[in-house]
Unconditional design. Structure first.
Ligand code: GAL
Length: 958
């Protein structure tokens, strides 16, 4: 259904039930009288319109994916995995290039993002800061805040005035999308971020101020925190203040070494639900780090199985995983410590593909939604166990008496395989040894947790217990369809209660049955999908039991439409399901396997708009084979090159440059000498910054330079009168460069040319105003000579009054090529020299490489493409990568580890001309550029449609 044919007003069940397919985005018609909704919370859970919900949420940062149609892709992928919510940081600095200047258009259109979330039926936890941390430059503070000597994150009135400026803008947007007002899907609003200073002077006043502002700006959803219960009462108290947990930390280099599970249960605040606004969903990786594949191993599907289920067993009813899609710190958004990719080892990779954790998140997520009693639980007595290596953390619902037994190794880090039997009492019956079948047991296969249900209403039937885990169940076409799972090859036992012996038909696989005392006991081995139909007078509703092994379970998708639940087995991704009348519209993605099976109460089934020819199956479902994706072919890239850096030449005209003449600074770095050289003081906040120092001192024998780039990937190169003096790289950038004999011209103008780079500003985690640590040159002094140096500097065109407002304040730095449009599509490079890669550089300096290439990828397919650079890691160079003018990566050949740069569709044109421009900074002779190629990260026949992000190309004279 196209977006404009649907009412904007999405309420209650409809909000979650009727997502729509990707489509062009006309302006929505405002709905005149939105119906309001209630959002309550108590000691158990959130309640929406009185109904308790388990909030299974994934963190997503729109500023890390500059292609609005892909926001829909990510939210659809989350929703498909059972994430009914997303937690979103809004980054102040992303929207504000200068004080009082704000942009919420294009890739910054947050109204559009929140519309998409509502359309896809995804609740939103809005996190607008003003400080967000998030491994983003300045922790989300705008870069112009480096020029404000205010006490960040405090009740300093000067800071509050600036923060209010942002809050007023972003709150107005969030307020337009609140579930409480019936206008969208925002259900909670987080005030500040990890602000643990509840007992410090001014801290409570600060929190109270932000709360008052939010309310004044129309925020009506609950104000929540991730401040580890620092703000549960008194001034600044929030409706609920939850917990952030990263139990494995961030060192991905030993991904098999686990730390123990935290016990969240002891963190419970009376009358507040137990929530984790952030729980570890991956880890960030530093420059020179082990790479994100290792982070994905550290925080893998087994981590999810043990840790996320432990949180459930502790009673948590809101879990948000940071990150579920990490994305790209494109442009200069990364913090100094981290490189461009923010893949995070998350469930959905930077290139929008599924990691193994996606399947585990889905298995658990589906369970949290299907089993309503989970939203109201208290601690309960553990079952008796016959193996001390395993423990049971138990809960029960006080109203339904449903039991939840979370089994894990007593030592949660244990990798052993251990088996156990339970002594379980359910509704007055005691089962002394579960499983009852001889020679079977419940096994934990290495690092694994299992939540077993007992005394649960599976529709109208009582599930006495199952040693398989329940993934989901629903009433579909007059019968209950339940999907349970276990490890392939392991035995399972499920006991159902019935008043008379039911009829058991095994439709597929092998199942043994036993009937005694009102219990129907089924025994089987998990493998593929075993199918059993159970019916009869003792069964109020027939039950189709789908018994899957873990992998097979993950091939099922469940969607809830306005006309009932739908279960689909197969396809790469089921994005949307709409059931109306007798027609079920499904849309999604297919890779190389076209097999699909649909359980739904329907006649006609359409896939991506076309009616499918399905055959009925003995399971009461329909099966069909859908068209598969076409293989894709990517062209080899051809290149032209041009040397740059005229700033090196003594005769270069720098008369328009900014003179470094300030004698005071807002930086927290103390200048060692005046004038102040720090780039931020002159409004240059991003990327490369050039300095030219003029001096006359004939006797000078060298120059001592100090600079700060931030982090391990720092660098400085210096030239005197066009002669290369050398480079320094790393964290500490200090060096005395000796002038070559005869290089200094006595009594004449001598020119030092110094290239620096700002690798991002520090976050302000400890509110020491660390974002105001200096960047650029910090000190310069001649040795031997006495004369002063007059410094001029140059950064991004326009400084804070940036020229490229579409790509925004983080896209560019001050390389000559950037300032002259060499990064942009349409720049006339025909006169450039043809080049082939790998190429070698004979001298230090800057060289640009450009490639213009036409892509003609199969239409109707969602292809994710990356750019790879491969080279020998000893060659000394750094590269900044632009695709169609968008800066999509910073690469440091000797440092790594990033060699792959996923390019979002919409930035990359899969059906048209693309311009790749790479600015290489050779810090020594012997640099150059390695092999550069396009690679396919995954291509699926898809309902997703992605429009190109409109952005300007080169225009002569501009
Ligand atoms: C949290 C913080 C997030 C992010 C995360 C680590 O402490 O709230 O913004 O920085 O750590 O990735």
């Amino acid at each position: 259904m196209a977006r404009w044919t649907r009412p904007l007003l999405l309420t209650g069940a409809a909000l979650l039930a009727t997502p729509c397919v990707a489509a062009p985005t006309p302006t929505p018609t405002p709905t005149p009288t939105p119906a309001s909704h209630r959002i309550d919370l108590d000691g158990y859970s959130f309640k929406l319109d009185g109904k308790r919900v388990y909030i299974w949420s994934g963190e997503f940062h729109p500023y890390r994916l500059p292609s609005p149609d892909l926001w829909r892709d990510i939210l659809q992928k989350m929703k498909a995995a059972g994430f009914n919510a997303t937690s979103i940081y809004f980054s102040w600095g992303y929207h504000s290039p200068a004080q009082d200047v704000y942009d919420f258009t294009g890739v910054r259109d947050m109204d559009r993002l929140l519309d998409i979330a509502a359309e896809e039926g995804v609740y939103v936890i809005a996190r607008p800061g003003p400080y967000i941390n998030a491994e983003v430059d300045s922790g989300g503070f705008p870069l112009w805040l480096t020029r404000q000597a205010v006490r960040n994150r405090s009740d300093d009135p000067a800071y509050l005035a600036l923060a209010d400026e942002w809050m007023a803008k972003i709150d107005a947007i969030i307020a337009r999308h609140q579930y409480s007002d019936g206008r969208g899907s925002v259900i909670a609003y987080q005030v500040e971020n990890e602000y643990y200073r509840g007992d410090q002077p001014g801290a409570r006043a600060y929190m109270e101020h932000l709360k008052t502002q939010a309310t004044a700006h129309g925020i009506t959803v609950p104000l929540i925190g991730n401040h580890d219960a620092n703000f549960v009462s008194g001034t600044g108290a929030l409706k609920v203040d939850g917990w952030d947990y990263y139990p494995q930390g961030f060192d991905c280099s030993h991904p098999d070494v686990w730390k123990p599970v935290p016990d969240m249960a002891i963190k419970r605040v009376p009358d507040q639900p137990l929530i984790t606004p952030e729980f570890q969903g991956g880890a960030f990786d530093p420059w020179g780090g082990p790479g994100y594949a290792k982070c994905a191993t550290l925080i893998n599907d087994r981590f999810a199985s043990v840790f996320y289920k432990q949180n459930i067993a502790a009673g948590a009813t809101l879990q948000n995983f940071y990150m579920v899609y990490g994305g790209t710190s494109w442009g200069w958004q990364a913090i100094p410590q981290n490189y461009t990719s923010y893949d995070y080892g998350a469930a959905i990779t930077e290139g929008r593909q599924f990691d193994a954790k996606y399947a585990e998140d889905k298995r658990i997520g589906y369970f949290t939604h299907a089993v309503a009693p989970l939203t109201m639980t208290v601690g309960a007595r553990s079952a008796g166990l016959d193996n001390e290596a395993i423990i049971d953390v138990a809960r029960r619902n006080p109203e339904t008496d449903t039991q939840f037994h979370y089994l894990r190794h007593a030592d949660s880090t244990a990798n052993a395989t251990d088996s156990v039997h339970l002594d379980l009492s359910v509704a007055g019956h005691r089962y002394k040894r579960v499983p009852q079948a001889p020679d079977t047991a419940i096994t934990l296969n290495g690092r694994q947790g299992k939540i077993l249900l007992a005394g649960y209403a599976l529709g109208p039937t009582t599930l006495v217990y199952s040693t398989s885990e329940l993934m989901t169940h629903a009433l579909i076409a007059g019968r209950e369809v339940a999907l349970i799972y276990g490890d392939a090859g392991q035995p399972g036992e499920t006991v159902l209660r019935a008043t008379t012996r039911p009829t058991v038909e095994v439709l597929d696989g092998t199942v043994a049955q036993d009937w005694s005392n009102g219990d129907l006991r089924l025994n089987y081995t998990h493998g593929g999908v075993t199918r059993v139909r159970i019916s009869g007078a003792g069964f109020a509703r027939p039950l189709l039991l789908l018994i899957a092994d873990k992998d097979a379970a993950a091939t099922f998708w469940r969607r809830d439409t306005a006309a009932g639940a739908v279960l689909v087995r197969g396809t790469h991704l089921l994005r949307v399901a709409t059931l109306s009348g007798n027609t079920l519209d499904l849309s999604g993605d297919i890779g190389s396997d076209g097999a699909v099976e649909v359980f739904a109460d329907t006649g006609t089934v359409r896939w991506n708009g076309a009616t499918i020819h399905a055959r009925p199956t003995p399971s009461g479902s329909i099966a069909a084979t859908l068209p598969t994706a076409r293989p894709i072919k990517l062209p080899a890239l051809t290149w032209r090159m041009h040397d740059e850096a005229p700033e090196i030449e003594p005769g270069f005209d720098d008369s328009e440059w900014t003179t470094a003449d300030r004698t005071v600074t807002t930086s927290i770095t103390k200048p060692e000498a005046l004038p102040v050289l720090f780039a931020d003081d002159y409004g240059f906040h991003t990327g490369n910054i050039w300095y030219r120092g003029h001096f006359q001192a004939g006797g000078a024998t060298g120059v001592t330079l100090k600079a700060i780039s931030g982090g391990k990937a720092g660098a400085v190169s210096a030239w005197l009168n066009g002669q290369f003096l050398g480079s320094v790289q790393g964290e500490t950038l200090e060096k005395t460069f000796t002038f070559p004999a005869g290089a200094v011209k006595a009594g004449a103008d001598n020119v030092l040319s110094v290239l620096t780079v700002n690798m991002g500003h520090e976050e302000d985690y400890d509110d020491g105003s660390d974002n105001r640590t200096a960047r650029g040159l910090t000190f310069a002094a001649l040795s031997g000579g006495t004369g002063p140096i007059t410094w001029l500097l140059q950064g991004v065109r326009g400084g804070e009054a940036m020229v490229d407002t579409v790509r925004g304040p983080m896209n560019n730095g001050g390389l000559f090529g950037e300032r002259s449009g060499w990064s942009l599509p349409g720049f006339p490079d025909r006169g450039w020299q043809p080049a082939s890669l790998p190429a070698s550089a004979t001298k230090a300096g800057v060289t640009w490489y450009r490639s213009t290439t036409r892509l003609a990828l199969p239409k109707g397919q969602d292809s994710s493409i990356a750019l790879d650079i491969t080279d020998d890691a000893t060659r000394p160079y750094r590269a900044t990568i632009f695709v169609n003018g968008w800066q999509m990566g910073n690469y440091v050949n000797q440092l790594g580890p990033q060699h792959r740069f996923p390019i979002p569709t919409g930035i990359l044109n899969p059906n048209g001309i693309n311009t790749i421009a790479i600015a290489v900074w050779n810090t020594q002779a012997g640099g150059g550029l390695g092999r550069v190629s396009l690679v396919d990260l995954g291509s699926y026949k898809s309902s997703l449609r992605v429009a190109m992000v409109p952005s300007p190309g080169y225009k002569a004279g501009e």
